[in-house]
Write a protein that binds this ligand. Structure first.
Ligand code: FES
Length: 272
């Protein structure tokens, strides 16, 4: 029997000492670069819009951008605050969607996919396979503040509630045609498409998959949960795709509402 030789103080966790940061010759930096750019575009756009406090509501068509839903400031445009407002007009540094936006941000910030994305591209821990990271130590998510990543499952429940609000907004847009009653315009289609994709992102969450099918000893005894679990699992395999698509549809939806609300364009109507 061959014995593995260990140092006298046991296996040491040291890193390979190489002068070069990596021996990889492929363009490993392309992925982290584009990830950083994509996240920066969304964060920059969303920040500018959230604090603009204008052009978020197209009253004629009942279009409310998701960045302002639910609108809670006393200064929200008439008709836009369908769930009521707080007694105060918010100062410029408070988002009108004060209750939903922080949780949506935390939901995405703690998302398993986005963690992978910004750990690699921004925090660079690690940057890529076989590429040395700039940090001297690795502590994972076992201590504060990274321990907070484990709250993701709770943010999932809140995200479901906010998705219901977004669904209400999209359906309300369809229920308010120009002459009253049902009506469909391009904005309504965009709002509806956005909310469907938001549901795809939310329901494809790893925590959702665990809620649906986790902690079961036997799927055979839970056929309904098993069926739901297979559907959620199919969505879950595209979670990264939905994560990126919804960043795009959120910006697109908001930008469309901005254009209509500011009078830059009029909403093409398919019906009423
Ligand atoms: Fe991405 Fe839950 S894992 S939203």
């Amino acid at each position: 029997m061959t014995e593995t030789a260990l140092p006298p103080d046991g296996p040491r966790r040291t890193r390979v000492r190489l002068a070069a940061r990596t021996l990889r010759t492929d363009r490993w930096w392309v992925g982290p670069l584009f990830t950083t750019l994509g996240l920066a575009v969304f964060v920059g756009y969303a920040t500018a819009r959230v604090f603009q406090q204008d052009h978020y509501w197209a009253a004629e068509y009942h279009y409310l951008t998701p960045f302002y839903s639910p609108c809670l400031s006393a200064s929200c445009a008439p008709g836009s605050a369908v769930f009521g407002t707080l007694p105060w007009a918010f100062p410029w540094f408070l988002p009108y969607a004060l209750v939903s936006l922080p949780f949506l941000l935390l939901f995405r910030f703690t998302c398993y996919y986005y963690r992978k994305a910004y750990y690699r591209s921004i925090w660079q821990a690690p940057t890529a396979c076989a590429v040395r990271e700039p940090h001297a130590r690795y502590t994972g998510e076992s201590r504060f503040p990274m321990l907070g990543q484990n709250l993701h499952r709770y943010f999932f429940y809140i995200a479901v509630l906010i998705s219901l609000v977004n669904t209400y907004d999209a359906l309300a847009a369809l229920a308010h045609g120009r002459d009253g009653g049902f009506g469909i315009g391009l904005g309504g289609v965009i709002l509806l498409g956005n909310v469907i994709l938001l549901w795809c992102y939310t329901l494809s969450c790893h925590s959702c998959r665990h809620v649906i099918g986790g902690r079961l000893r036997s799927f055979g005894r839970h056929p309904v949960r098993y069926r739901l679990w297979t559907w959620v699992s199919a969505l879950n395999s595209r979670h990264m795709l939905f994560a990126w698509i919804t960043l795009g549809t959120l910006m697109l939806t908001d930008f469309y509402v901005l254009l209509v609300s500011s009078g830059t364009i009029t909403d093409p109507r398919f019906f009423n």
